[in-house]
Design a protein around this ligand. Structure first.
Ligand code: PDD
Length: 286
C-alpha cells in the first residue's frame, strides 16, 4: 500500500511528495521533529509531544507551522488513511526555503516546512525485542550542546547505532565527562536494589516524553527514583537497566559492554514499568 503523507497543507501519495532542494532542513539540518506512537489506532501522549515541539521551535526561533489542534487533526487523519493500528507518526518542521543556500536565516516571511508521515509497526507493544532485552555498548558523546532541542542532527546517533550493530549489539549509550548522557534515541536508566537511577534533565539530554510519564508511573508504584549523574561502570554492575522512548516504550537492557546484567534476562522492574506504561498509555490515548 502506498502511504499517504502530509506536506505543507496537502495529503498526497509518498511517491508524489516533494521538498525544495534549498530547504534548510535538507541543507543545514535546520529542523526539529517529533515521533508519536500509535496504539489501537490512537495517539500516545500527543499533548506532551506538541508541547515539546513548541519548545524546540521557540528555542530555534522557527515559526510555528499551524495550531496544536490542526496538528492533532493531521496526525489523526494520517493514522486513519494509512490504517495504523500500531506504529508511529513522524513530524518534522524546518525553517523552510527562500530559494538559495545561505548561512544567514531566510527572511521573516519565509514559511516553515511541515511534513508528517506514518510508520506501520505491527507488534510494537508485544515486541520480541523487549522480551529478549537489548545489548548495549558505550561510546563517546560527541554531539552538540543543545540536546534538549529535538533537532534532526542525527548523524552521530545513527553512527552510534551502526557501531553497536557492528559489535553484535542493539544500541549505544553515550558518555560525556565520565557520565552517561543517554542512548542514541532513548533515555537511559539502571536499577540497583529498589532504586531507579537516571540522569537529571539539562541541556545535555533530550527531555523524553516517555521518561516523564515512566518516572511519574514509577513514583505512583512506590518505586524509588534517584535523578543523578551516573557512570557506565555503575550501570554495568546494576541489577537491571532499561531505556525509554516513544518508539520502544520501556526497553529492558540485559548487557552493557559485554557484561551481563543480573541473569541476562529483562529485569522485574523494567518489565513491570513496561506493562504499567503500555496499560496507562492505552487508557489515555486520543
Ligand atoms: N527518539 N533521547 C534521544 C536522543 C532521543 O532521540 C529520544 C527519542 C529520546 C526519548 O524521547 P521520547 O521519550 O520523547 O521519545 C531520548 C525518537 C523516538 C526517534 O528519534 O525516533
Amino acid at each position: 500500500m502506498t502511504r499517504t503523507v502530509y506536506v505543507n497543507g496537502t495529503y498526497l501519495p509518498e511517491t508524489d511528495a516533494k521538498i525544495s532542494i534549498f530547504d534548510r532542513g535538507f541543507l543545514m539540518s535546520d529542523a526539529v521533529y517529533e515521533v508519536t506512537s500509535v496504539l489501537d489506532g490512537k495517539l500516545i501522549d500527543f499533548e506532551g509531544h506538541a508541547v515539546r515541539l513548541q519548545r524546540s521551535l521557540d528555542e530555534l526561533d522557527i515559526k510555528k507551522p499551524c495550531t496544536k489542534d490542526e496538528l492533532l487533526k493531521i496526525h489523526r487523519k494520517l493514522v486513519v488513511i494509512n490504517q495504523i493500528e500500531e506504529g508511529l507518526v513522524y513530524l518534522q518542521v524546518t525553517r523552510g526555503s527562500d530559494g538559495d543556500r545561505d548561512f544567514v536565516f531566510p527572511s521573516e516571511d519565509t514559511p516553515p516546512t511541515l511534513v508528517l508521515f506514518t510508520q506501520n509497526k505491527p507488534g510494537l507493544a508485544d515486541s520480541p525485542a523487549a522480551r529478549k532485552g537489548a545489548k548495549i555498548i558505550s561510546i563517546d558523546d560527541i554531539r552538540w550542546g543543545r540536546r534538549d532541542i529535538k533537532t534532526v542532527q542525527l548523524l552521530y546517533p545513527s553512527m552510534g547505532k551502526m557501531m553497536a550493530k557492528k559489535a553484535g549489539c542493539d544500541d549505544a549509550w553515550m558518555i560525556e565527562n565520565g557520565y552517561v548522557t543517554e542512548g542514541t534515541s532513548n533515555n537511559a536508566y539502571f536499577v540497583k536494589g529498589n532504586t531507579i537511577v537516571t540522569r537529571p534533565l539539562s541541556n545535555e539530554i533530550l527531555h523524553g516524553i516517555t521518561r516523564k510519564a515512566v518516572l511519574r508511573m514509577a513514583k505512583e508504584a512506590q518505586m524509588q527514583i534517584d535523578e543523578r549523574l551516573f557512570t557506565i561502570e555503575e550501570a554495568r554492575e546494576a541489577d537491571e537497566a532499561f531505556t525509554t522512548s516513544a518508539s520502544a516504550f520501556v526497553m529492558p537492557v540485559v548487557e552493557i559492554d559485554g557484561i551481563q546484567l543480573g541473569n541476562g534476562i529483562p529485569g522485574p522492574i523494567a518489565r513491570r514499568l513496561r506493562e504499567i506504561y503500555l496499560e496507562e498509555s492505552r487508557n489515555t490515548a486520543i
